[in-house]
Design a protein around this ligand. Sequence first.
Ligand code: GTP
Ligand code: MG
Length: 196
Amino acid sequence: WNYHITHFVTSAPDIRHLPADTGIEVAFAGRSNAGKSSALNTLTNQKSLARTSKTPGRTQLINLFEVVEGVRLVDLPGYGYAEVPEEMKKKWQRALGEYLQMRQCLKGLVVLMDIRHPMKDLDQQMIQWAVSSGISVLVLLTKADKLASGARKAQLKVVQEATAAYVGDIQVEMFSSLKKIGVDKLRLKLDSWFSQ
Ligand code: GTP
Ligand code: MG
């Protein structure tokens, strides 16, 4: 697939406002500031397809992008952002849970975690939600450029061992939007999901 031709379709506050549940979707999930929107821009080779920011909580809606008709990439709002009021957090967590559990066309979930702080409670819950719904998971350890090569490999091993506990299809890779690490692996995984 040529991800460079991906274009924005729509934003929705919850699953009731999403377009028809047909075709195939792959969603990008992770804590606020993990680098989800940046990863989408890197994959598609577009500077500002998905909005990025230094401030956590930039993406607040479910954003849909179309690669070709019926093939979509989804940028989800980040979770775990402390500054968000409790009421909003609850509302958003419900919307996220609904999306993961009810969206029939969701084939794969890319879970992004900062390589320096992986596998927080909500990350684990996200993976659990996905695998228990039969959704394949690709974990990307983002901002790999922030660690030296030895520390990077050690973190990869730690997370690979931690995810081995889940019964399901899970792969873990390093990623950096800054240094373009892991982009090929991401592309290959998406190709395999979109080809099924
Ligand atoms: P929310 O939308 O708030 O959930 O955040 P997000 O996960 O979409 O993160 P975003 O892509 O907006 O990136 C957050 C910050 O991390 C920005 O300042 C990015 O420039 C930075 N960042 C993203 N990817 C990388 C990376 O690979 N390396 C480094 N060093 N910084 C990165
Ligand atoms: Mg974002």
